[in-house]
Write a protein that binds this ligand. Structure first.
Ligand SMILES: Cc1cc2nc3c(=O)[nH]c(=O)nc-3n(C[C@H](O)[C@H](O)[C@H](O)COP(=O)(O)OP(=O)(O)OC[C@H]3O[C@@H](n4cnc5c(N)ncnc54)[C@H](O)[C@@H]3O)c2cc1C
Length: 376
């Protein structure tokens, strides 16, 4: 069988390997000059490929039940088995995030690229597919016209367009009558009122963070929070960005391991801004002290420092896309319900995961489903 895979990211490369191993003749089109550019940058360059704590609760989609069924067919252990079948060792860190033992994301791309070459997959680089149609078989336009029995569309979402994903490939799906759930950036820095973060730029703290909407907590987390010129970044904020919307309030607890009573006692022992020495970072302490009118306000600011979310830094700085082709427009193998023989994989679909290896897991899970569908 002759199969075209559009997009040489994690999902496209994995699907091409899975199909070629089963004897399919595969052509992989990648618009960039290299395969797996985003994969090579993932996990701060260390390649957080999946997570030991797996489940659909970590995902956002129009059909979370289908995500659960998909993960049951190809889970985190399958991802590790698949990657290790090409070489290497993959291990979880204490927080369950799974990385290659060598902690180099580009080496994961190298594994996949090497396997594609060994299997004789026809990899076309600098090859953007600009049109896709069906007439007694698929026809992909990429300079010339290429025919195929089946197609896997794995061209990514809109996040991080510097890696080739500007959302233009959604038009290939729309051409077959698919809709696209409007996209927004997630796993991204949050913007806040600049006045609220003035003087805090560059300060990094370990904080507990809550996202509050109309008085209701929609997310709780703990981790690094880094103040930037326009808002907040850091791994706790990236996780919160999957939940936060414009108008929500972030409440930061700068001393999450200290009960209020103990904090009150400690604050009595000194005067002025020296009250906060050895309680929080000095720069943060000065800024909080300036804002507090009295002791009660100081306590409140330390335990629930409010920041109103005004937006995000946008797709250019995002790690993932919320939105895309709805799962509801695909069958259990991620085959289009509009055109049989057309399959989807990866971030192009309306599935995004939390920070921690969940998006790459989805890339591998969806690649497996689509490859199974092509072969059935
Ligand atoms: C900086 C960064 C760090 C990240 N870290 C992690 C992490 O640690 N763990 C994790 O789970 N997730 C992480 N992610 C998210 C994860 O990398 C992506 O969700 C995942 O790579 C998506 O895979 P994909 O194959 O669907 O899409 P992509 O990897 O985006 O690949 C799509 C490919 O399709 C190509 N393409 C687009 N249109 C066309 C066309 N018309 N013709 C031909 N080719 C086309 C693009 O050039 C691109 O190479 C990170 C993302 C970023 C940006």
């Amino acid at each position: 069988m002759n199969v075209i895979v559009i997009g040489g990211g994690s999902a496209g490369m994995a699907a091409a390997v899975m199909l070629a191993r089963k004897g399919c003749e595969v052509t992989l089109f990648e618009r960039g000059a290299r395969l797996g550019r985003k994969l090579s940058a993932s996990g701060n360059g260390q390649g957080n490929v999946t997570n030991a704590d797996m489940g659909a609760a970590h995902y956002f989609s129009d059909d979370r039940e289908k995500v659960a069924r998909a993960l049951a067919r190809f889970s985190n252990t399958d991802t590790v088995r698949f990657l290790e079948s090409m070489g290497g060792i993959f291990l979880p860190d204490p927080r369950g995030r799974v990385y290659p033992a060598g902690r180099q994301a580009s080496s994961v791309t190298d594994l996949l690229r090497g396997e594609l070459a060994r299997l004789g997959v026809d990899v076309r680089l600098n090859a953007q597919v600009t049109g896709l149609s069906y007439e007694n078989g698929f026809r992909a336009v990429c300079g010339g016209v290429f025919s195929a029995d089946k197609v896997i569309l794995a061209a990514g979402g809109k996040a991080a367009p510097n890696f080739g994903t500007d959302g233009s490939a959604f038009a290939l799906a729309e051409n077959f009558g698919h809709t696209v759930v409007p996209c927004r950036p997630v796993l991204v820095q949050l913007r806040c009122d600049p006045a609220a973060v003035r003087g805090l730029k560059g300060i990094r703290v370990d904080a507990a963070l809550r996202v509050v909407r109309r008085g209701k907590t929609v997310f709780c987390g703990r981790g690094d929070v880094l103040f930037t010129e326009s808002g907040v970044s850091g791994d706790a904020v990236f996780r919160a960005s999957s939940y936060a919307e414009k108008g929500d309030t972030l409440l930061l607890d700068f001393v999450p391991d200290v009960a209020e009573e103990r904090l009150k006692e400690a604050l009595k022992r000194n005067t002025g801004e020296e009250k906060l020495l050895c309680i929080v970072n000095n720069g943060l302490g000065r800024a909080v002290w300036k804002r507090a009118q009295d002791e009660d306000a100081l306590l409140r600011l330390l335990k629930a420092f409010p920041l109103e979310v005004t937006g995000t830094l946008g797709f250019a700085y995002a790690q993932a896309t919320r939105g895309g082709v709805p799962l509801g427009e695909t069958d259990e193998d991620l085959q289009s319900v509009k055109r049989s023989g057309l399959f989807f994989a990866g971030e192009m679909l309306n599935v995004d995961g939390e920070c921690g290896g969940y998006n790459l897991q989805w890339a591998f899970t969806s690649a497996f489903l689509a490859a199974e569908g092509v072969l059935s």
